[in-house]
Design a protein around this ligand. Structure first.
Ligand code: NAP
Ligand code: MG
Length: 402
């Protein structure tokens, strides 16, 4: 069989622990036998990040700006325990944070829907994609404990020393106070990434804040989205047959519960943090969530939403069998290959990516799955496979489709 040719390389970001083991298996069993794979390889495994003083992470992000599409394996975000474990020179920053800051992107998370893994919310038929703004608000807040009676004010001092003040509260006893901020530039990038991704995936876009209560802060988010939509996206959305729709956050939550899914829900930072965990657990499993970082100028980085599955890796190191779910990592590859195919006008590559997804879904729907899914499936008598046999079972289905 002739291998499918690629014209532009994918940026490949390798990672850590169990997902690094899966990464190699996926390439060997599901990609290399079919595609003449071209990648520009960056090893973001923690040892190599440490050796390069984390330069490799920056380089991989710059390569993504250059080529436009990347696929990333899960990586360790070091904490104190990891500094000891890997004898690190420094507690290197989260690679995802570094890459997101360089690409100025928004993360979109969507569940992979298969028959037999039913959402808890029975009317959800299609995936709900969460877009979380990744800058500011309470995550960059400053806080104080107020010990007793006194006055708290917000003070803005401009370049020339002019002050504008706003009373927060006149305390008569003890209490707490918090100041937070956001930037118009960041909100604009967030809005553009959301509009871009909605057009890209041909799904409606919902956005919600608490603008009725927060008449300046949240209202600015609402206004910025609307201004950009009217000026740049209205025609494009109409041509694509999709809708942009703003509502109050409480109304959005109620509507999401009653919907059948199939749209993107854009959330402010805190709402996105909370709601993405609700959506992923209600859809079944973190191991079935995909994640893609989209920059406002349309660069894409695909990955799984879960981490490096450390517990399974330690079992693997002890020579014990693992049954780790590779679906979200496979979909990171298929998402990246399909996007590369689309950008390069390489239909054969996009078709292959779709078949890889089909084969993965068919495998689960035929009752072959990893342990995490077997525990929650509504299919009768599922067969639990180990990490490697699950990927091999997908290969059997894929060969039939090709
Ligand atoms: P995790 O890797 O997401 O795993 C947490 C637990 O969820 C696992 O122990 C496992 O449960 C279950 N799980 C997650 N993915 C699974 C899969 N594919 N198949 C089967 N079960 C799965 O989170 P963690 O263990 O807390 O974090 C490990 C490392 O990942 C950390 O160093 C963290 O920094 C990193 N991390 C990276 C990313 C990223 O790169 N995007 C994201 C999150 C975390 P059971 O043990 O019950 O089987
Ligand atoms: Mg959270």
């Amino acid at each position: 069989m002739d291998l499918i040719k690629m014209t532009t390389p994918l940026v490949e970001m390798d990672g850590d622990e169990m997902t690094r083991i899966l990464w190699k298996m996926i390439k060997e069993e599901l990609i290399l036998p079919f595609v003449d794979l071209k990648t520009e390889y960056y090893d973001l495994g923690l040892e190599h990040r440490n050796e390069t003083d984390d330069k490799v992470t920056f380089d991989s992000a710059y390569a993504t700006q250059k080529y436009g599409v990347a696929v990333k394996c899960a990586t360790i975000t070091p904490n104190a325990a990891r500094v000891d474990e890997y004898k690190l020179k420094e507690m290197w920053k989260s690679p995802n944070g570094t890459i997101r800051a360089i690409l100025d992107g928004t993360v979109f998370r969507a569940p992979i829907v298969v028959k037999g893994i039913e959402p808890c919310v029975k009317n959800w038929k299609k995936p709900i994609t969460i877009a979380r703004h990744a800058y500011g608000d309470v995550y960059k807040g400053s806080e104080m404990k107020i010990p007793g009676a006194g006055k708290v004010e917000l003070v803005y001092t401009d370049d020339k020393g002019n002050e504008t003040k706003e009373l927060v509260h006149t305390f008569e006893g003890s209490g707490v106070v918090q100041g937070m901020h956001n930037l118009n530039d960041s909100i604009e990038s967030f809005a553009r990434s959301c509009f871009h991704y909605a057009l890209d995936t041909k799904q409606d876009l919902w956005f919600a804040t608490k603008d009725t209560i927060s008449k300046k802060y949240d209202h600015s988010f609402k206004d910025i989205f609307q201004e950009i939509y009217d000026a740049e996206y209205d025609d494009k959305f109409k041509a694509a047959g999709i809708e942009y729709f703003y509502t109050l956050i409480d109304d959005a939550v109620a509507r999401v519960m009653k919907s059948e899914g199939g749209y993107i829900w854009a959330c402010k930072n805190y709402d996105g943090d909370v709601m993405s965990d609700m959506i992923s657990s209600a859809f079944g499993s973190l191991a079935m969530m995909t994640s893609v970082l989209v920059s406002p100028d349309g660069k894409f980085e695909y990955e799984a939403a879960h981490g490096t599955v450390q517990r399974h890796y330690y079992k693997h190191l002890k020579g014990e069998e693992t049954s780790t779910n590779s679906v979200a990592t496979i979909f990171a590859w298929s998402g990246a290959l399909a996007k590369r195919g689309e950008l390069d006008g390489n239909q054969e590559l996009s078709d292959f990516a779709n078949k890889l997804e089909r084969a993965t879904i068919d495998t689960i729907e035929s009752g072959l799955m990893t342990k995490d899914l077997a525990l929650i499936t509504s299919l009768e008598n599922p067969k639990v496979l180990n990490s490697e046999d699950f990927i091999k079972a997908i290969r059997v289905k894929l060969e039939k489709l090709i």
